[in-house]
Every structure is written in C-alpha cells, then in structure tokens.
Design a protein around this ligand. Structure first.
Ligand code: 0A1
Ligand code: ZN
Length: 888
C-alpha cells in the first residue's frame, strides 16, 4: 500500500459561518484556588438569553481537556440528566428562559501544563495565557472574542509561595486565610472577551513607578519580575511611560484603569500578551542590562512593551468579532508600534528594519504553501494564524491607508473608529467603513488587500521622450494564484515616487493624471500608464519610496540607473533597495551558475562593491543606515530571491566571495571608519549609540575577513563592556574560526560569565547554532544534551533548534537530509507537550519546494514522516497538511 501523505483533514472554521451566540454572558465571578497540582476554578456565570433565541435552546459552552467537578443552576446542583459534559464541551440541555446563573467547578493541574496555554506554572509562578482559546482550559465558557463580560476574580494561594496575587482591572480586597493562605479580589469594570482574562500568583518583586495622564489621573505602574531582577526592568518601565505619553499625544488614547501591571515569565510561547491591565511577557521582552542585552534586545523591549500597551485601545476596548478578524487588532497595533519606534528612534532606519522583516519573513510566507489572506476565510487551528501576514502585512495595509489619506485625514478617521466602536467586537468592514465615512473615499477595491493572498508583483517600464521632455511609465500588477483564489483581481497600490535629476535632487514635473496625487502614484488597474512632462533631462525614477506598498517591484531600471540611485536618491529606503537589488542579483547569478567549481561573481560585482564602500564612507549618513547597506542579504533571503532549484551551499559560497570582494575594497578605508565610529562613551541603549556599534561591528567583520585571523574578533569579545560587542565578537569567532583556540576560550568564558542568566545563555546556544557547515548538526545534537538545554522552555528551543533551522542553511540543508530528519524528530517530540511550539518549528520547512531536487526529496520525506504520525496535534497536523498539499 502506498502511503497517503496528507494526514486527515481537521474540521475547518469558515468566516461565512459566523453566528452570534444564543446567550449573552454579561458577568463572571471566577474563584481560582491556586495549587500546583490540584487547582480549582469556580466560575459563576450570569447568563441571559439573546433576543432571537427560542426559550429552552441548549446552552453549549467550550472546554478543552476539562475535568468537571460540579455544575449548578441558580445555586442548585444540576441533575445529571439536565446536562452533557465532556472534556471539550458542556451542554445545558433545557436552560431557563429567564436570566440565570450557572456555577461550574473544574479541577486543574497547572504544574503538568507544559503546553503553556490556560493556567500553568512557570518556575514556581502561576500564570495564564488565554489567547486565542486558552480560557476553555480553565473553565467551560463561550471562549470566543464576541462575548464580552465583566469579570470579578478572587484568587487564593499559599501566602509564602505566592505573596503576589494579580488579575485584570483594579484590586478590590485582600486578606489572610487560615492555613497560611491568603486571597485577593480583582474587578475589571470593562467588559472583555475571555482571551483577555489573566491572573498571576507567585513570589515576585515589583519595579514600581507611576504615570500621570493628560487628564491628571495618576496611574500606578508595576513590572513584576523574579526577586533580584527589578533593576533589569528599568528600560521596560521607561519604554512603558513613553508609550503611555505617545498614545495620548498621537492618537488621543488615555489609559482607563487605576493600575497597569506587567509580569515577566520565562516560559512563554510568544512575545507577550495584552491582557487587560495585566500584560504578561516573555521575560526576554522585559529584562535588560548592558552586560547581558544587545542593542536589538533593547529596541525589541521598547517595541513589544509599546505594542502590548497600545492593544489597550486597539484590541481591548475595541476587540475582534471573531478570529478571522485578528488583523483588526494585530495589523493596526503593529502599525502603531512601528510608528512609535520611528518616533523614538530614527524614522528611516526603523522603516528599513520593518521592511527588511516584511520582505524577509512575510514575503516568504506569501510565496510558499502557507500563504493566506491578511484576513483568512478559513482555519483549522487559529494558533497557526499568528503570522507575519496577519501582523506585518496587516500593518502595511494600515500604512497604505495612511499614505492614501494623508496623516490628518488618517488620524481623523482613527478618532471616528475609537468613538464609534468603543466597547464593541468588530470586523474589518467596520474599521474600513470609518475611513470611507470620514474621507468620503471608496474603499471597496481596497478590501481586496484583506482578501487575496500573495505578494503582488509590480513591473515598471519607462519611456523617455527627449524632444518633448516627457516620461511615460507603464505599470503592470499581477498576483499568483493561491489555494483560496486562483483568479486574482488588481488592487489599489500607492507608489510614492520621485524623479531624480542628475544632481541627485528631485526634478519638478507636470502631470494631468488624476491617479497622481502629490508624490503618490495610485495604480488601480492591471496595466496603467502615467505621463510626466516638463522635464529638462532624463530622470532616474525612484518608485515605491518608503516601501509604500507590500509589493515586489521590478523597477525596469538598468544597473547603471540603480547604481546612481543607490548613491543619490534622497529616499533612504530606495537607496537601500537599489543597492540591495544589485547585490542580490549578482549573488544569485553566481549561485545559480552552472559551473561545478566555486560560484563566480559576475563582472559588475566590482562596481557594486565600490558603491557599498562609497556609502560606508558617506559622512552625512546615519551610521545605522550605513551598517544596513554593508550587511549582505542573508542566505535565506537569497534562497527566497532565487526562487527555485536552490542549493544553499552555492549561495553560501557566493556570499562568501562577495564578502571577500568587499573586504578587499575596504581594506584601507574600513579600519579608519571603524576607529572613528567606535563608541567611546559609557554604554547607553539610545539609537544613536546603537547605530555606531552596528556600524563598527560590521566593519570589524570585513576587517577580520581581510586580515584572515581571529585577532579582531577575540579583541572585540574580550574588551567589550556590553553584550552587543561581546556577542558580535563571539559570532565572528564562531563563523570564521570555529575550531580556533580563541573561539573555544570565548565560548567557555561566556558560559562562566552568564551561566545563570537564561536570556544571555540563549545567545550562547544561538551563536553556536548559526555557525556554518554540515558538521553543525553534531554540535546541535550535543547541545541538546547540555545541562542548560530543555525542550520545555520555548526560548531555549527557539535559540538552539530555531536558529539552526532558520539561520544555518549549510548545516540544516545538508544534502544527506540528516538535519531534516533531526528537526522532524524534535517536532514530533515537542508536539506531545507543546503543539504551538512544535507547529512554529515546522514553519522552517515551508520552503521545501524551492530546493534543488535532492534536498527537496529529503525534506519532503521528513515532512511525510511527520504527516504519518498518528497522534499529531491539530496545530502540527494543520501545518504539515498545508505544506504537503499540491501547489496551487
Ligand atoms: N496578542 C499577542 C500575541 C499572542 C498570541 C497568542 C498567544 O498565545 C500563546 C500569546 C500571545 C500579541 O500580539 O502580542
Ligand atoms: Zn499584538
């Protein structure tokens, strides 16, 4: 019998099947008796039949692996014939027509909860994670975002083990109980969906502060961390206060409770969670000090703290009607956090960081078998839709609206959205209607951006008429067919642009075209031409400035024109894009070459390297920007750009050749620049200093390549007074001199210094996982046996296994497929206790069809091995079946 590779399809949820619940659930009183192995939840639910529901219609609540102790109606135990209870649902067969209360008692085992959903114990701290469907692992409930309830929560726990007891809202009451126990009662006056419920109990230390709102109200701010770590939360607290102030100033959004708490835990599946008034964080986005956190750690803390805080309005006060609308809160909140980071740091550099993530991660998703619309129309497992498409592309859609309307009109429409929908569970249509109503524009074609999966390809062709001084550009857009839609329709694409003259300044032009508004050109048809007149000479057109739309642009410009833009365009994003496209083309040409020996760089590489070196030396450019231009596309990005028949070894070799070429070009200039830009002041995480470090460290890499000895990296490691430099030194040692004594010494030293700092040790595991070569797999196997490695800690698993699969192509893509089989085995092992984490790791195999035949076959076999497993979680089952489904 041949093996059927696609596993059995799980049931699908469909957008068009949305129906409101039969009953409303306006208030919840929840008592949680916290005990590690035998906790108890007593939920008293107020239940009201909705207008349209017939009297006696069954009440069906969600559960997930629940153990029911008892159920009572209006205080009286229910006869067993009056309900059906199973781990995954509770049905009250013939409920009263009038409002009633239902009291449900369930028994939980937080210590045994390794899935990190629902109520779990992490390092002795009780905490919860309820998004998307974790509340149903605590009690039976309408566990969906359109059911809003007011929660009163009473927590009870051992006072010595859990002196701190927190839940959403404001603290109402605390007190001692017999037997060394105590309690706290919290009340959240804002009706909310169950996914925003949270509670925490543990021995925690608070970093305390306050923020006074523009209305003059003093809000108590606390960040709770493990005892002894409060000082490491100072940057997070500073970021939080800046986020409060920014949302008031930019969007008029004021905080709405007396207290705002954050708790940092070390076992967490995602980055952080915006539970109302009680954000719970992966501690990697809270804890930082110069010795153990890098500049990007600081930037990420600032971003994630702001993101979760911004959800208070975009997500919590206005939430999603159903999970298909996830981008309503996520895309919008990412847009807001990107704008915040831009204001706190350098706008152009922030835009480069954000577009690099978009093109590196989301474009890859859109190009592969996991492509889905920003608003999916169906899902088997919602946890698998917390994706770059929903988050990052979702943010780009909001950004396009802001571009189309202009800032004042965009802000006015946002105010309308907040006023009109406060307290509601909304859809994308509700959101978009606010922009339509406020601006008077028609957004019906724009809705396609939410509905069609895939990255549009835009190609430009230019015709210059010397005699008439006119330039015509013809733009075409296309979108590949995907499973959910084969026949794609053209979308509105705003392209910010400028016509760059020979002196590098934008040229003046005239146009009668209504589709050109200011410096934005709006492409709405499959093919469209635009004409500009009044030009004194042929300009170099700069299109898609600021990356104004999430599209792949083929500029139609010659290499010479792009080289010119790379050094002259006033738009930093397009300078970078022009350069990037040239470097990428050269590297792919080399990697895809048919020669059997080392890939040969094409002749134009020398001019490209010269342009890079010229940008590096340009005094008036920000060091962070120059660092960006000096860093070559990653091997993964190159594989993505190559698109088919990818051989990661050849990509690696081509990249190394270009690194050497550039190192030679900068042999005299780079060391001078490096000395000049090296930070001499005491460490500060501010963006200006971080930019200098990034620049100096990439220059160090080229100097090391030119010198051919580990001395520069060893010195960088040893003399560092901060983690950015120390880690840069360690990585360079591992990447270029893995077997050198200096490398082994640095690794041992790092372990001695940071052995008790989990977040720092994640970097130690990750650095070793990303060094090149097929023998890395053996290192990874050994490191899984290291005393500090655990399959239970998502950060550690991502640091070692995720970094290897994502950032060590020459190791992961060994032609013999051994690393694919290794990853498959790890995924199956993790799937038994943490399906979400396992499903995320499976994402590293989404590019299998792009590989050359031998590796493709090996990876397909590894995927089939996973698919053949009989007891797969819904999370992994869903991803593997989509990966293996026939291409659209
Ligand atoms: N809403 C959070 C992300 C998040 C999603 C699911 C989780 O469950 C494991 C946790 C967090 C955010 O956007 O930050
Ligand atoms: Zn979010």
């Amino acid at each position: 019998m041949t093996h059927n590779t696609a596993p059995q399809q799980p049931p699908l949820y469909r957008l068009e099947e949305y129906r409101p619940t039969a009953y409303a659930l306006p208030a919840v009183r929840l008592e949680l008796d916290l005990r590690p192995a035998a906790a108890r939840a007593t939920a008293e639910l107020d239940i009201v039949r909705r207008p349209g529901t017939r009297a006696g219609a069954p009440l069906v609540l969600d559960g997930d692996g629940l153990r029911l102790v008892s159920v009572a109606l209006n205080g009286k135990a229910l006869d067993h014939r009056a309900f059906h209870a199973a781990p995954e649902r509770l049905e009250i067969i013939n409920p009263p027509a009038e409002p009633f209360t239902l009291t449900i008692i369930t028994e939980l085992n937080p210590a045994a909860n390794r899935a990190l959903m629902g109520l779990y114990c992490s390092n002795g701290i009780f905490c919860t994670q309820c998004e998307a469907e974790g509340f149903r692992r605590i009690t039976y409930f309408y566990d969906r975002p359109d059911v809003l309830s007011v929660y009163t929560v009473r927590l009870e726990a051992d006072k010595a083990a859990c002196p701190v007891l927190l839940a959403n809202g404001n603290r109402q009451e605390t007190g001692d109980l017999p037997g060394g126990r105590h309690f706290a009662v919290w009340h959240d006056p804002h009706p909310k969906p169950s996914y925003l419920f949270a509670c925490v109990g543990g021995a925690l230390e608070a970093l305390e502060d306050s923020f006074t709102t523009q209305e003059g109200k003093k809000i108590e701010l606390n960040i709770y961390v493990e005892p002894g770590k409060a000082a490491r939360a100072l940057y997070a607290m500073d970021s939080l206060k800046r986020a409060f102030a920014w949302d008031e100033a930019q969007f008029g959004r004021v905080y709405d409770l007396d207290i705002f708490n954050i708790v940092a835990v070390s076992d967490f599946n995602m980055g952080a969670m915006e539970n109302k008034g009680l954000n719970i964080f992966n501690d990697k986005y809270v804890l930082a000090d110069p010795q153990s956190a890098t500049d990007s750690d600081y930037a990420n803390i600032e971003r994630v703290i702001a993101h979760e805080y911004f959800h208070n309005w975009t997500g919590n006060r206005i939430t999603c009607r159903d999970w298909f609308q996830l981008c309503l809160k996520e895309g919008l909140t990412v847009y807001r956090d990107q704008e915040f980071s831009g204001d706190m740091r350098s706008r152009p550099v922030q835009r480069l960081i954000d577009t690099a993530f978009l093109t590196g991660t989301q474009f890859a998703e859109d190009a592969g078998p996991l492509a889905h619309p920003v608003r999916p129309r169906q899902y088997a497992e919602i946890n698998n839709f917390y994706t770059a498409t929903v988050y990052e592309k979702g943010a780009e859609l909001v950004r396009m609206i802001a571009t189309l309307l202009g800032e004042p009109a965009f802000k006015a429409a946002m105010t309308l959205y907040f006023d009109r929908h406060d307290g509601q569970a909304c859809t994308i249509e509700d959101f978009i209607q606010c922009f339509a109503d406020s601006s008077g524009r028609d957004f019906s074609q724009f809705m396609l951006w939410y509905e069609q999966a895939g990255t549009p390809l835009v190609t430009a062709a230019w015709a210059y008429d010397e005699a008439g001084g006119s330039l015509t550009v013809t733009l075409e857009q296309s979108l590949r067919p995907t499973a959910e839609c084969r026949d794609k329709r053209p979308m509105p694409i705003p392209l910010r642009f400028g016509l760059v003259g020979p002196d590098g300044a934008d040229m003046a032009y005239k146009t009668a075209d209504k589709a050109v508004q200011g410096n934005v050109l709006l492409l709405t048809q499959a093919k469209q031409s635009f004409c500009f007149t009044g030009l004194s000479s042929r300009p170099a057109p700069s299109l898609l400035r600021g990356f104004s739309a999430p599209v792949r642009l083929v500029t139609g410009l010659t290499a010479k024109e792009r080289l010119f833009l790379a050094v002259s365009d006033s738009d930093p994003v397009n300078r970078y894009q022009a350069l990037r496209s040239l470097v990428t083309e050269a590297l792919i040409t080399a990697a895809a070459g048919k020669d059997s020996g080392a890939p040969a760089l094409p002749p134009e590489s020398a001019a490209i390297a010269a342009a890079v070196a010229q940008i590096a030396a340009e005094e008036r450019l920000e060091p962070a920007f120059r660092a960006f231009c000096l860093s070559l596309p990653s091997e993964a990005e190159l594989a993505e750009a190559q698109g088919s028949n990818v051989n990661p070894d050849r990509i690696f070799a081509a990249r190394q050749s270009f690194l050497r070429l550039l190192a030679t070009k900068g042999q005299t200039g780079f060391p001078v620049l490096r000395r000049h830009y090296r930070v001499k002041d005491t460490f500060s995480p501010i963006a200006a200093q971080a930019g200098r470090r990034a620049f100096a460290n990439i220059l160090a890499e080229y100097s090391l390549i030119a010198a051919g000895s580990p001395a520069i990296a060893a010195a960088l490691y040893e003399k560092a007074d901060n983690m950015t430099d120390r880690l840069a030194g360690l990585r360079l040692l591992l990447h270029y001199f893995p077997a050198a004594a200096a490398t082994q010494q640095a690794l041992a030293d790092f372990e001695t210094r940071f052995g008790d700092n989990a977040l720092a040790m994640d970097k130690w595991f990750a650095a070793q996982a990303t060094a090149a070569g097929p023998e890395r797999l053996e290192t990874i196997r050994q490191l899984t046996r290291h005393r500090l490695f655990s399959y239970d800690n998502p950060n550690r698993v991502r640091a070692l296994i995720g970094s290897f699969a994502g950032q060590c192509p020459t190791g992961f893509h060994r032609p013999d497929g051994a690393a694919y089989r290794f990853l498959a085995a790890v995924i199956l092992q993790i799937d038994r206790h943490n399906p979400q984490l396992a499903a995320r790791l499976l994402g590293f195999m989404q590019g299998w069809r792009r590989l050359e035949p031998q590796r493709r076959g090996q990876m397909q076999a590894a995927l089939q091995h996973i698919a053949a497993e009989s007891a797969l979680s819904r999370d992994v089952g869903d991803i593997v079946s989509r990966l293996l489904a026939p291409a659209a």
